[in-house]
Write a protein that binds this ligand. Structure first.
Ligand code: AGP
Length: 615
């Protein structure tokens, strides 16, 4: 996620903004920038790289003066990380400067209209479109900044937290939010604006948190003025006294980044299909796929290469692609694929999945596939990462930075993206009917709310963790779409709690693992109503007869498994191919709470790195 900082007061804005951006570095970013106003002129410094590089660049240019400024750390969503795409963005006349955190879905149509009216653009960002839209309205309607911002935002579809400066009204900053966080710090004759309170908590603990759909004007020697963007109705600003530590602010009030990222999944999934899923028209928009439609649908087979959790997402992708597209799919550990001299060549498609976009084995698998003539498509979470740059085409999960070593929101957003790609291709291949596609797009759209419903089972899941955190071994079982979730659940537990855990297809029990079953072995079983339910029930009966404790994930209202299992976690009804997104949530929370109860370092487990950039 991008980070934004604004300052208006008596201090040197440069120091406040640089320190503020450093406080936001935890959010992950690839470039940074700032604008300062010294009472006479505006200076702008921006750079691909870190805040340290930005500070050096501004100091070398002596662009460090002024008591008003705005700053930005960019987590790229539109346009690769480089100096030009970094924020702040200036309007064509250089009168306005703007920083933005979020995604503007209709930026392309707005950009086309502005170009027809003579506006030009130097960057590939949606943000530069917004700052010029505001300018165009200001000039056409002859209105002041605040009104122009409001009118512009009423034309925008998407998520934003913005700060805007107008050199012709240099005593103020205008800020607004929709779908991205924003806080205003209220000091003594000084104001701060930031993505969260960490940039200003050292100066003031008084904060105003704007609600979605609200904007504010902060001006010298004036009270903060808050209004509704749609109605322009004035809102009484509510000032809270913050008692959070800096560390608590960075984690959004959660105890760990992993828990924060588990809870970010509804929004991360929403952001992944935002602007891509137009369910009313039964349309899916994905440029990276559209430009290679025939390559995909005429492929002899699709090979998915990845590591760890991304490999588990690939297994779900195999079920989705073969069901929707009827194209043969194989899933490979990238580390094996790269060394076994695989049979692959022209006509094959390799899909590489990687949250970090830097996993050495996955990168090597991509290079090997390309050298043998295959078409390579990447699914990454980090814009401009090595894998994103190495593949022929790709698509990004918009999960935002994943800081916890144990991957959570990356997994569910990867499945979301694989589903979108499969739907897009099934439309072109006509392997699904229009009504089937419409049904599936509607089902996908309903997923964030259902994930939220499962997250509300937190206390129940934590209580179950209490009963099993002393276990030394565990088994995870699932069938069909939920077999990969069994593997993923086992990986989550073992990598953060250090309990030995194995995932298996439920039917595999009788081929050996059932010998392990006794009252010391907790067994986590995914037994949702859709997909081989009766078979899983009989597996549960086999396990129960051997006195193991059974923790089952079931569909809400299930009675049959409830009568057999020691604990049940009920999830809402959902399309079978989408169950993995829901069934993985309880397993993430179970692993998290068990690890906490065992005193483990959840965010940085022993021996592990967030990105395995070496073999
Ligand atoms: C998952 O919780 C682990 N952190 C690890 O297995 C990870 O998924 C794997 O290293 C692949 O990383 P990538 O998605 O960044 O390529």
């Amino acid at each position: 996620m991008c980070g934004i900082v604004g300052y208006l007061g008596h201090r040197e804005a440069f120091d406040v903004i640089v320190k503020g951006l450093q406080r936001l570095e935890y959010r992950g970013y690839d470039s940074a920038g700032l604008m300062l106003f010294d009472g006479d002129q505006v200076t702008v410094s921006k750079t691909k790289g870190k805040v340290f590089d930005l500070k050096e660049r501004a100091e070398n240019a002596n662009a460090i003066h002024g008591n008003l400024g705005i700053g930005h750390t960019r987590w790229a969503t539109h346009g690769v990380p480089n100096d030009v795409n970094s924020h702040p963005h200036l309007s064509n006349s250089k009168r306005l400067a703007l920083v933005h955190n979020g995604i503007i879905e209709n930026y392309q149509s707005l950009k086309t209209t502005l170009e027809q009216r003579g506006y030009t653009f130097s960057s590939d960002t949606d943000t530069e479109v917004l700052v010029n839209l505001i300018e165009e309205i200001q000039q056409k309607e002859q209105v002041k900044l605040a009104k122009a911002v409001r009118l512009a935002l009423n034309q925008v579809v998407g998520a934003y937290a913005i700060v805007v400066f107008d050199i012709e009204q240099p005593d103020r900053l205008v800020t607004a939010r929709m779908g991205s966080p924003l806080a205003i710090g209220v000091g003594e004759k000084e104001y701060f604006i930031a993505s969260d309170a960490s940039p200003f908590i050292a100066y003031t603990s008084n904060a105003i948190y704007l609600e979605d759909g609200e904007m504010a004007v902060i001006a010298r020697d004036q009270e903060v003025e808050v209004r509704k963007i749609k109605s322009n109705k004035e809102v009484d600003p509510f000032i809270v006294e913050l008692e959070l530590s800096l560390e608590e602010i960075e984690k959004g009030g959660y105890d760990h980044f992993m828990l924060k990222e588990i809870y970010e999944q509804p929004k991360a999934i929403q952001d992944t299909f935002r602007g891509r899923l137009l369910s009313d028209q039964g349309l899916i928009k994905m440029a990276g796929v559209e430009q290679h439609l025939n390559t995909f649908i005429e492929a002899k087979r699709i090979i998915i290469a990845a590591c760890g959790t991304s490999w588990h997402a690939g297994l779900v992708g195999e079920y989705i692609f073969e069901t929707y597209l009827r194209i043969p799919v194989e899933v490979e550990y990238a580390s094996e694929f790269r060394y076994r001299d695989p049979v692959i060549g022209p006509g094959d498609v390799l899909i590489a999945i990687s949250q970090s976009g830097e996993t050495a084995d996955t990168l090597a698998a991509i290079k090997l596939a390309k050298s043998k003539g295959a078409f390579v498509f990447g699914i990454c979470n980090v814009v401009g990462s090595s894998i994103a740059r190495e593949t022929h085409a790709g698509a990004y999960t918009h999960a935002g930075p994943e800081i916890g070593v144990a991957s959570t929101k990356a997994f569910t957003t990867q499945i979301t993206l694989l589903t979108l790609i499969a739907l897009k291709l099934s439309q072109a291949k006509e392997s699904l009917s229009h009504s089937e596609i419409k049904h599936l797009t509607k089902a996908l759209e309903a997923v964030p709310a259902k994930v939220q419903e499962v997250l509300e089972l937190d206390a129940h899941i934590k209580a179950i963790a209490e009963a099993y955190f002393r276990a030394e071994n565990s088994l995870y079982l699932g069938r069909g779409y939920n077999f990969p979730v069994a593997l993923e659940g086992a990986l989550k537990l073992k990598e953060i709690s250090y309990i030995h855990a194995e995932g298996y297809p439920a039917a595999e029990m009788k081929h050996g693992p059932i010998a392990l079953i006794d009252e010391q072995m907790p067994v986590f079983v995914i037994a949702t109503r859709k997909g081989h339910y009766e078979k899983v029930v009989s597996n549960i009966q086999e396990i129960k007869s051997r006195k193991a404790k059974i923790i089952a994930i079931v569909t809400k209202g299930d009675q049959e498994v409830a009568a057999l299992a020691d604990h049940c976690i009920e999830i809402p009804e959902i399309e079978e191919s989408l169950t993995p997104i829901l069934t993985t949530i309880p397993l993430q929370l179970l692993a998290y709470y068990i690890a906490i109860m065992r005193g483990c370092n959840v965010d940085q487990p022993r021996n592990l790195a967030k990105s395995v950039t070496v073999e």
